[in-house]
Design a binder for this molecule. Structure first.
Ligand SMILES: [Zn+2]
Length: 209
């Protein structure tokens, strides 16, 4: 399944889905998008811009406007919404428990759970490699949110999850984030926006640099 939905260079392709999966994704997408936008607005109130060292590390890979507008919220743990707990019972463990994750990307906002991101040290003059890898992964999702729009991202995420056999890692949007992050940690500097724009169903303009 993984080989069908993305390649090893970080260019995700839309998931092939059955009509039933497409219908389920279309039904759930507005609910997921509304939740994400609501939570993003709440997190933005206590969020900060990227630190200069973080921004400098990410700058070769992301459009400047995306990094300028990105905000980072730090919390001890992310709340797992009741709706996801219900979905987990129906769809299985591939639906992540958000209270256990280290990071989450919502439209325009990266949320970091300090309980699960122990090397998180925003005041350090040089961010740790693991911190930058987490931030890079979440910023790929910020770019996906921007490219696809809130409802488009939510729909693609649900479709990808279902097409990947309810797998978190093989969801094309996650696979793309993991692939690009692996390249970044190897010292490559992939152009994230180019990879996201190559996602076949995306018709989007490059944001102003
Ligand atoms: Zn991810």
């Amino acid at each position: 399944m993984t080989g069908d939905t993305h390649d090893s260079r970080g260019t995700a392709r839309p998931a092939r889905t059955s009509p039933a999966h497409a219908l389920l994704a279309a039904l759930l997408a507005p609910i997921g998008a509304a939740w994400a936008l609501r939570r993003a607005a709440a997190y933005r109130k206590s969020a900060r811009p990227l630190a200069p060292a973080e921004r400098a590390a990410l700058a070769p890979c992301f459009p400047a406007s995306l990094l300028d507008s990105a905000r980072v919220a730090e919390v001890r743990r992310i709340n797992d919404p009741a709706g996801l707990a219900l979905l987990r019972r129906v769809a299985g463990p591939g639906v992540l428990d958000l209270s256990l994750v280290a990071g989450l990307a919502l439209p325009g906002v990266v949320v970091i759970a300090t309980d699960h991101a122990p090397e998180w040290s925003p005041d350090a003059p040089t961010p740790s490699p693991s911190h930058l890898a987490l931030l890079f992964h979440e910023c790929v999702h910020l770019a996906q949110w921007r490219a696809l729009g809130a409802v488009g991202f939510a729909r693609a995420y649900v479709r990808g999850f279902l097409a990947a056999g309810r797998s978190y890692r093989d969801n094309p949007l996650e696979a793309q984030a993991f692939d690009l992050t692996a390249r970044f940690t190897r010292g490559e500097r992939p152009d994230v926006w180019t990879h996201i724009a190559a996602y076949r169903s995306v018709r989007t303009r490059r944001p102003c640099a």
